[in-house]
Ligand binder design. Structure first.
Ligand code: GSH
Length: 134
């Protein structure tokens, strides 16, 4: 797999997950300041010209949440997401989606995801708890 990545962006989410899974992957760094994410070749992978994007074989996937969910499902033995069709899966999807869509905590507080360290588990727990800026 190849992850198109830039530091201090939402690309940190799937990178956390790939590290947590221990899956083999390579990083393709894009310099946003140089506009590398708007180059025609990359726009074929991510039509909005943003990071992250993941290549897995013939699949080119974008949207950090989609990438994380794809990876969690690809490695079910890591138990990063509840099994399909279970009540826990439904709750997981609801919390995941709410946080990805930037619904803030009632007091409006967020922390920045880049301050959280390198654990996907920590990142996702805080994401689900609404303490991460999506
Ligand atoms: N909803 C998308 C947001 C992607 C996004 O906006 N990425 C930012 C970095 S955090 C980016 O690439 N910005 C550069 C641009 O849009 O030109 C996701 O979660 O993947």
């Amino acid at each position: 797999m190849k992850l198109y990545y830039s530091p201090q962006t939402r690309a940190g989410r799937p990178r956390w997950l790939l590290e947590e899974i221990g899956a083999p992957y390579e990083i393709a760094s894009l310099d946003l300041k140089k506009g590398e994410h708007k180059q025609p070749e990359y726009m074929k992978i991510h039509p909005h010209g943003a990071v992250p994007a993941l290549i897995d074989g013939d699949l080119a996937l974008f949207e950090s949440a989609a990438i994380c969910m794809y990876l969690a499902d690809k490695y079910p033995e890591k138990k990063l997401a509840p099994a399909l069709g279970t009540p826990a899966r439904g709750e997981h999807l609801a919390k995941f989606r709410a946080q990805i869509l930037a619904i803030p905590e009632r007091d409006g507080s967020f922390v920045d995801s880049h301050d959280l360290g390198k654990s996907y588990g920590t990142a996702m727990a805080l994401l689900i708890l609404g303490r991460v800026r999506p």
